[in-house]
Write a protein that binds this ligand. Structure first.
Ligand SMILES: C[S@@+](CC[C@H](N)C(=O)[O-])C[C@H]1O[C@@H](n2cnc3c(N)ncnc32)[C@H](O)[C@@H]1O
Length: 214
């Protein structure tokens, strides 16, 4: 991390948690942290936070938790969010794979995962993918009943692998499965898309969309 100017900015940022001991100490106590009992919405792999700002403005009664790994993106997300008057969010530097240490059972309402790295170039790289069997089981455990996982990707093979795992697990109920959600779903909205989705749309890439319910 030598020469990365964002390391220090992230380390000193009051809305970014980086120490795992502190992050995991909030497990089952996030409502105490936020000082209310509002539902928690989670986004993993937030990137530059282009998606959630409209949500945050529109929903002061929801607490937002964003998990990201990269320093510049963590900082950009926290800074953009802090420009508003709202305080209902926290940014966490950790691997999304650690959700079972960050949250207790039934602590999270909706989770968004938009364009996670597909790790597709070599077969052996697929082990780095976020959405795998254990992760999806842990995500199920921390999610409240009748709430959702929303997953978008341009990578059809990754998408199909997730659908296959869910079918094997018999846990989540697939409410919406679309291989081209712009064409198929009425709630597609260009104003609510992430940085990566905007990029792929320039090439007319079809975007896969999954909404699964606990
Ligand atoms: C392809 S980008 C998508 C960013 C954003 N969701 C979007 O759609 O514009 C994937 C993001 O996930 C983050 N990331 C990759 N692996 C992760 C992991 N294991 N846990 C949390 N974030 C991760 C990367 O740093 C990157 O910002």
């Amino acid at each position: 991390m030598l020469n990365n100017p964002y390391v220090e900015k992230v380390e000193n940022h009051k809305k970014i948690l980086i120490e795992t001991e502190e992050i995991y100490s909030h497990q089952w106590k996030w409502n105490t942290y936020f000082k209310n009992t509002h539902p928690i919405h989670l986004e993993i792999g937030t990137g530059m936070w282009n998606f959630f700002w409209r949500e945050v403005v529109a929903n002061p009664d929801i607490n937002y938790v964003w998990i990201e790994l990269r320093y510049k993106r963590l900082f950009a997300t926290a800074e953009k969010a802090m420009k508003g008057t709202w305080d209902n969010f926290i940014v966490i530097k950790d691997f999304g794979q650690n959700i079972d240490k960050i949250f207790q059972a039934w602590e999270v309402s909706t989770t968004h995962i938009h364009f996670p790295d597909p790790w597709w170039k070599k077969e052996r790289q697929k082990k780095h993918r976020l959405l795998q069997s254990d992760f999806l089981k842990h995500l199920y455990d921390i999610t409240k009943s009748w709430w959702n996982l929303i997953f978008k990707t341009d990578h059809r093979e990754y998408f199909d692998s997730v659908i296959e795992i869910l079918a094997q697990q018999w846990l989540w109920k697939n409410k919406i499965v679309s291989y081209d959600y712009e064409a198929e779903l009425s709630h597609f909205d260009t104003k609510s898309i992430t940085e990566f989705e905007a990029y792929y749309r320039r090439f007319k890439t079809k975007i896969c969309y999954l909404e699964a319910e606990k």
